[in-house]
Design a protein. Structure first.
Length: 362
């Protein structure tokens, strides 16, 4: 009679030990994941800083990095100040800002919709910005900040239209992607129709913008982009609290008490605005949002959307691609979108080939 409590007490103690071991294992796994996430983020940030310095140093006039740093802090002669502060610095800063905007936008879209094809440059968001901006520039001679505002308006209008067309008592990722691709194709036809009716010189200028270019960019594009990201990035971080439950699926998220549709709508609105302001600043840089997030997720597996890493990956890709666009061919400056498309197009084909192999590619 006296042994029963002893056995029960020992069994309870063993259960407590097993539970404690499980907690320690989970904590260890989370700790390793967090450390890797921080290390990858730090490495990406360091790579961005290095590439930023290289972008400021190299060009028709090569400068030592020490002279570049001195010029940034007010030193240097008039020539170096003009080259660094007026020509190279705005372009390099804009490359970073555009990469952050597209990288964050692609990561949010792909995570919320749980579809690797859900990228603003594939589902019609960038096409909406392009259609309105090209129409405003070629038919109404809009320029400057008004042109940037028209591109942002176009992206938001396209995003709203796609969301409403995809709504069926909720929004499914696959349905939104398919509708977005269709809407994007329709908007692209508007772009080419407007260009076909325009003067050749105006159409050529529009074509360079449509390729995604940082050529000739100045502080007048940097400041609006910086202000826009200063507003949109914190909003995206706040809205990103809904990402983790949404990754589990709508039913599971609702069971956990998450507001599924309002959370999804807030995230998609932020991602659409990010893509819109980035497109307004540099044009629709092809495949950037499409590839930045998958690269970031591979660097930090198991960390969900990896938003900071996706933003830094986007910035690094644009810096490297723009450097290659400027210096790969002698006496020719390519649009940065040409280089990013060379990277992204094969990845898209690989993704489609993998989908076909598992029977889901159509």
């Amino acid at each position: 009679m006296n042994r029963i409590p002893v056995v029960t007490k020992n069994a309870a103690h063993a259960d407590d030990e097993r539970l404690a071991d499980a907690v320690r294992q989970v904590s260890a796994v989370r700790g390793r994941g967090l450390r890797r996430s921080v290390l990858v983020g730090a490495a990406l940030l360091a790579a961005v800083v290095v590439m930023f310095g290289v972008s400021l140093s190299f060009g028709d006039m090569v400068m030592p990095i020490g002279k570049v740093v001195a010029t940034l802090f007010g030193g240097g002669d008039g020539g170096s100040q003009f080259v660094v502060l007026e020509l190279r610095l705005p372009r390099a800063l804009l490359a970073i800002l555009v990469g952050i905007g597209f990288g964050l936008s692609g990561a949010v879209f792909q995570t919320v919709l749980r579809n690797p094809l859900a990228s603003p440059d594939l589902i019609g968001i960038s096409a909406g910005a392009s259609a309105v901006a090209v129409t405003a520039a070629l038919l109404f001679q809009v320029s400057g900040l008004a042109l940037s505002a028209s591109a942002l308006t176009g992206s938001l209008a396209a995003g709203a239209a796609i969301y409403l067309l995809a709504w069926r008592q909720g929004v499914a990722g696959q349905r939104l992607v398919l509708i977005g691709i269709g809407v994007g194709m329709g908007l692209s036809s508007i772009v080419w129709y407007v260009m076909a009716r325009s003067e050749v010189t105006d159409a050529q200028e529009a074509f360079r913008w449509l390729a995604g270019s940082l050529n000739g960019r100045s502080w007048s594009q940097v400041w609006p982009m910086l202000i826009a990201l200063g507003l949109l990035v914190p909003l995206t971080v706040l809205a990103a609290h809904a990402l983790r439950p949404l990754q589990l699926g709508d039913d599971a998220a609702a069971g956990l008490g998450a507001k599924v549709e309002s959370g999804r709508l807030a995230l998609l609105a932020c991602a659409t605005a990010l893509a819109g302001v980035a497109t307004a600043a540099a044009g629709p840089v092809g495949f950037l949002a499409f590839v930045a997030a998958p690269i970031a997720r591979r660097l930090v597996p198991g960390r969900g959307a990896a938003l900071p890493q996706a933003a830094l990956t986007g910035a690094l890709i644009v810096l490297v691609a723009d450097f290659a666009a400027q210096h790969a061919l002698p006496s020719v400056q390519l649009p940065v979108g040409v280089v990013t498309s060379i990277i992204g197009a094969p990845y898209l084909l690989l993704l489609l080939a993998r989908a076909n192999r598992v029977g889901s590619g159509g």
